[in-house]
Design a protein around this ligand. Sequence first.
Ligand code: ADP
Length: 536
Amino acid sequence: MLSTMMHTPLTLSHLLERAGTLFPKSEIVTRMPDKSIHRYTYADFYRRARALAEALQRAGLQPGDRVATLSWNTYAHLEAYFGIPVAGGVLHTLNLRLHPTDIAYIINHAEDRFLIVDDVLLKLYEAIKGHINVEKVIVVPLSGQPVPAGLTSYEDFLATATGDFSYPDLPEDAPLGMCYTSGTTGHPKGVVYSHRSTILHSLGSALPDVLNLAQRDVLTPVVPMFHVMAWGLPFTGVMVGCKLAMPGPHLDAVNLLDLYESEQVTKTAGVPTIWMGVLQALQKEPTRWKLLPMEMVVGGSAAPEAMIRAFDAFNLTVLHAWGMTEMSPLGTVSRVKGNLADEDADTAYARRASQGISVPLVDVRAMNENGAVPWDGTTMGELEVRGPWVAASYFKLESERDKWSADGWFRTGDVVTIDAEGYVKITDRTKDLIKSGGEWISSLDLENALMGHPAVREAAVIAVAHPRWDERPLAAIVLKEGMSVSAEELRDFLAPKVAKFWLPDAIVFVEEIPRTSTGKFLKSQLRDKFKEWSWE
Ligand code: ADP
């Protein structure tokens, strides 16, 4: 028997049409490079995204051609997010924080044909232009400076459209966009999302028990649109039709808090480093900003429990989520299930600080040498995932096939426990694990516990070779301004919280923890720095 249902393709043109017809009055607000506010509506966005699609086609864009963007979170970038894919092109967002050599490598590897660049980033373009071969460079005039000769102004480019645009017939498996992982080890690896994977990811993300995004929300994606598609939020936000408040290049705490207040933001998303800054600003001037109750999605690195608790005091709710470039990126979200509502407050915080349960359509399992580990909350294994928005391969990179299991699951490289309720807790990345005397020590648990100390701003724990135990943990600590604490006091603080053999033998105080381009601790650099550590 066959089903009797229609098979309409899941493509982005549907979301754009919906946005233009149902939500023309929803606003899109952008903080511009000069800090002024640019404000327009979905009606403008709809018209301009379609104009971009038409202009690209007139310029010769063929289905599957890559169009790169080098841009902040702005209305123009949002136009590219929709205009490129609905024309059949592939939106390739470039991470502007990478070294120019890496950006050039990525552009060449992806074979980008067009490049859209913010005028405030032209210096970066100058640094790469000798090493790339794109056909046309389109400059978004955000600062009011004239566009350099030889390059095309984005506004002039849009003006080549006549309004006579019809969507090409795209199959739902057509490529929509691509991102490269930040490549802390080896060359960056490219992942190509499809229209279908993006639509399903958007539907999944918006669900009440996932990010709970609704038309009435006001959404500020702080996570850059050049990092894993801002976690898909531009697509999810436009799908539900909510107002968007884009921070542009201004990601510091005061500018963000000003934007949250003036635009009445209810939902925002970013990495823990950003929220650390916001928390400090709030603690310094607790009454300065009148904010609505806001949900702050945190991912990319572990959200320390102390941070979740501290934001609660301001009526700001941290929602911890886990994901990866290879997963579009959403994998798990940590909300407390209804049947667990009676647990005591400490247990509830521990749950919220875990990475949470898998979102619909994503399967998770954790594997060790004996196969799938039991969901007992203590046995560690490598997290593997499967689902319609999980990558099945990398772009032009056969050598990485062992990232997928024989039965087709993606190996995340994250080491986790899963408890009986399905809550996943990341204990480490495989490459960061500390193995002491044959036992595993979780660097993330130690960091989380250390960051609970009132004098500690940041803590990163790494493995250092040890003559007797193989490896022992070393904790690098950044203190809060004007605070002090000794190594001994920190060990006493940790003692009741972790197994005795976990206690870091070495605790060093540093000015800052090195970070990757996406704000994660760069542990390889710390390991290099401390590799000659003397344990005497
Ligand atoms: P890269 O792998 O290049 O750093 P991603 O941004 O795709 O780029 O990073 C995915 C990784 O980030 C995950 O595998 C995990 O190690 C880490 N990560 C993401 N979210 C969380 C989280 N909530 N808690 C802990 N680690 C996280």
